[in-house]
Design a protein around this ligand. Sequence first.
Ligand SMILES: Cc1ncc(COP(=O)(O)O)c(C=O)c1O
Length: 470
Amino acid sequence: MEYEEIVRRLRNIVTNPPIGLPKEKVKEIMAKYRDQCPRSEEAFDEAKRLIPGGVEHNLSLNKPFPIVMDKAEGCKVWDIDGNEYIDYLMCGGPIILGHNYPPLRDKIIELIREKGPSHGVTSEYEVKAIKLIQKHMPSIEMFRFFQSGTEAVMAALRIARVFTDKVKIIKIGGSYHGWSDQMVYGMHIPGTGPLEASGIPKECLKHTIEVPPNNEKKLRRAFEKSEAKGGVAAVILEPVGGESGTHPVKPDWNKIVREYCDQFDSLLIFDEVVTGFRMGMGGAQGYFNVKPDLTVFGKIIGHGYPSAGGVGGRRDVMSVCAAGVEGLKKRAYVGGTLAANPITTAACYWTIKFLEETNAPEKAAAAADKITAGMNDIFERADLPFFVYNFKSIIHYETTSFFAVRLDDKDALNQINLRRQLAEEYQAALIINGINVLAGTRMYVSMAHDDNAIQKTLTAWENIVKMIKS
Ligand SMILES: Cc1ncc(COP(=O)(O)O)c(C=O)c1O
């Protein structure tokens, strides 16, 4: 679906009253959910006493309580009550070959058995993995491993500042770059600035500038205004748009940002924590044909094996984070005991090998195309304004579109809350129909999502649509 059409349909949904499930159906769904998942409920009650909020993962489904998963295989997950689900959470994005892909698992088990999981110094997989990343993303002339996407983002910002000797960071509103102090700004919904920055001193956010997506005028102004205040070290963005395309960008947006970075001698950082290898072997940079100066990676390079993250890019830029052996010149101090551990680097190497061998990114994208077309057909036949769009194997389905409410819309904050709650009810309805998704809006597809899985997904939506219409 074209950018303009997505924006038009989102506006249509948010400027009309939200469509939720009938209240009596919601009661039935929640009762069935409880009935189906007693051990998950029990586990959650216990977890609440030990873990603040009862969960560690922001992506967990929370209504009426999170499901506790037992195992994952192929395109499926099973909870501790033995219920089976077609999974579209896919560990938040990195699983493209399918869960617990046997050839990859065998390589990791062999490594642990024969070599041990970590030793605190380099292993041969480190260089082998980087060479493979470089083969598919030529912008990666040098690379450093980190332990998560959040950490890699922190490193990229520091590297950019040391290299450019500038201070400001432009972040595109609505994007997610992890939870480090400087990046909890304008998260999830454009324009929200420090709304979620509790516990972060104002000073930490002083040099973060939020620019709305697709707004060239405000981008230019941010660059110009920063000139007298230390200059822009870098723009960081998610190349498919904030929250993996929840806030889609114009097809030429990345090129426009690239041009401004060149004009103002600033660096362009692509956050490919989700898109790297998922949007194709060349990542989103290959897809959009725009070359960033630095690229941030996370979970995607470990295919779900911990602890994965990395920054790569121009040789001259990356050189500023040289390790201790380079002497005492000015450098970006970064590191991590478990960074580049044998498990992560072996997982990275073998994942890319298997992606090459199986053509998994394209197979996953083809399955996503089928799901998108099937769901759109169901919504159209039911005469609902709901719709679905996908960027390769990243699917966004829009029911109440709480992410698309603009802060200057009437009653915006209440609308966001109400629409989010209704989307959570749809998510619970999906669970009782055997489908597990992300945040009530997103589905990551893998090569393992076969026609059976697709059919089951479409049947679940047919059932939900029937409930709406009942
Ligand atoms: C685009 C993007 N950047 C950064 C992160 C943070 O990665 P991590 O959860 O590994 O810290 C995420 C996590 O979902 C992400 O989606």
